[in-house]
Design a protein around this ligand. Sequence first.
Ligand code: DAH
Length: 358
Amino acid sequence: MHNLDALKSEILASFEAAVDIPALEAARVAALGKKGRLTALMKGLGELGPEERKATGQALNRIKGELTDALDARRNALAGSVLDARLTSEMIDVTLPIRPETEGRVHPISQVLDEMAAIFGDMGFTVIEGPDIEDDFHNFTALNIPPEHPARQMHDTFYFPEREDGSRLLLRTHTSPVQIRTMKAGGPPYRIVAPGRTYRCDYDITHTPMFHQIEGLVVDEHTHMGHLKGCLIDFAKTFFELPDLPVRFRPSYFPFTEPSAEMDIGCERKDGVLFIGKGADWMEILGCGMVNPRVLEMAGVDPKRYQGFAFGLGVERSAMLKYGIPDLRTFYDADARWLSHYGFSAGDVPSLVGGLTQ
Ligand code: DAH
């Protein structure tokens, strides 16, 4: 019996001495495994006389039970300390200062294009796109600007090198060629807007060689000048979020519209600051007109049956007016500080469903 107590103490001590789960498992095998010390004693019971076998057997079973309990307790303790160690080593210090914000900003041009598409979308327009690289026919001729027309000089066109047949591709000088592509792609009616990049060889406070326009085209059997005015007035009031915005249409000239007009919005300049929506001044925001029958004809649409209007709007100018951005050139400086000031959060496109006047 004395021997058994000593053995029990030794085994218990080996469990306590185990510093981690694998060490404890080794101690368990040494005591209770197939070739363990306690197992060996149990195997030897058969060699004892009946009396002794009974007493020793009971003692061994009791010790085995105690050792198993001690083993479980030690295993739980070690597992707990493993967890504690992980919690300590992987602790997150919530008092640390946050990392600098790295979220990007939406460029004002993207924002304004989204706003415009949302407004025209509500009016039933479809948004389509055309290529930046155009040919002479779509950019000029089909828009009633023949080769010697003075409007060609005004456009300061970027041309590509001459091709074998003597023709030259060009960077589109306006989004109007999308009108032609739309009409040639299928029959009327049309009710589209075409936003995109446009290019002219020009650079000063109010011009960059690349800029954006949004083109509009509505053609069916009934659309008249009254529709043109209603549509563009509603657009301007909704876009500038000014239900009482003063607007006026001034007669103008574009080869691809007849009659042609420019639309101005009311504004006031005071101490070098521009206020829109009130005052005695006017500011031009877009060109428009009834589609010239010759343009319809060149695009394969019967001008005796179909008519409609078109418009072209400068996106940078509109963004500057709406969001108070003073210098056009800063749009393309790629300055992150400028963008964090003038940019928008993703998903910030306002819901303009139904416009402002409802
Ligand atoms: N394409 C013209 C420009 O770049 C703008 C324009 C004027 C477009 C009148 C139109 C229009 O569709 O009807 O200056």
